[in-house]
Ligand binder design. Structure first.
Ligand code: FE2
Length: 261
């Protein structure tokens, strides 16, 4: 398995704080059967502003420390960009980092609302050949209220990352419900951990992978933890699941439900 979304770089955001933290996270990942992790430090204008050179330097330190600890794991650089009107420009000048310098950019949105400039930001990325991968889609309140919004984004070429711990209930009922709906509707492309530490939010994927098998079968589950992440790292097109049409309820469904209460 490949974990495409982790905060394993030490001292650059709210993830690992020390090199020991990073190695502890890598150990958890290896024990879970993860062979590669992408370090995706937050980058937004207010709090997290580590530059590329700094991120590369720290990643090299983590690689060396993992080698020393005997951990066989591939460490790859990416970033978690924050949606902004000038996001395409941030990519151009090397402030927002795509995954392994591919066309794929992990992008996060505010949890409560979908800013009006999002559409233009997506368009500007796409005309430059960048494919946005929406981070932890199931956690946004604006999508929990309306899953069809996700379908509209996917139809426009956006990829969707779901967080493993959401699928297994770790972030509460609403994210879990949306995570399940995204998988069963064919609207989820990547399952990742969004790990921040070895203990509280660890880099593990097996429980979510098992749940995904129950929901969508082994082949699709594997695609989300292995095939699609590999395609993204290698800058190849991602095999898309067939998006299923929304379930149409008969017009009398409400009447039937209310009579069974
Ligand atoms: Fe994250």
């Amino acid at each position: 398995m490949i974990d495409l979304h982790t905060h394993i770089l030490p001292g650059v955001d709210d993830g690992a704080q020390t090199l020991d933290d990073s190695v502890a996270m890598a150990r958890v990942a290896v024990d879970d059967g993860i062979t590669a992790v992408v370090a995706t430090p937050h980058r937004n204008p207010w709090t997290y502003t580590a530059g590329v050179a700094e991120a590369e330097r720290r990643l090299d330190e983590v690689r060396a420390a993992c080698r020393e600890a005997g951990l066989a794991i591939r460490l790859i650089l990416g970033g978690e960009a924050y949606v902004a009107p000038d996001l395409a420009e941030q990519v151009r000048v090397g402030l927002a980092l795509t995954i392994n310098e591919s066309r794929y950019l992990l992008v996060e949105w505010p949890f409560e609302q979908y800013p009006v400039y999002s559409e233009q930001a997506i368009f500007d990325l796409q005309v430059r050949g960048i494919v946005p991968l929406m981070a932890h889609a199931e956690r946004y309140r604006f999508l929990q209220r309306d899953v069809q919004k996700v379908r509209a984004l996917v139809d426009r070429g956006i990829l969707i990352q779901v967080t493993g711990s959401s699928l297994t209930g770790g972030h509460g009922p609403e994210p879990q419900k949306l995570a399940e709906a995204l998988l069963t509707s064919g609207l989820a492309h990547v399952l990742a951990s969004d790990a921040h530490s070895a203990e509280l939010r660890p880099p593990i994927l097996t429980p979510a992978y098992q749940r995904a098998i129950e929901l969508v079968g082994e082949s699709r589950a594997r695609a989300m933890v292995t095939d699609a992440p590999e395609q993204i790292i290698d800058n190849r097109p991602v095999d898309l699941p067939p998006a299923k049409p929304p379930v149409q309820r008969p017009f009398w469904a409400f009447w039937r439900r209310s009579n069974h209460v």
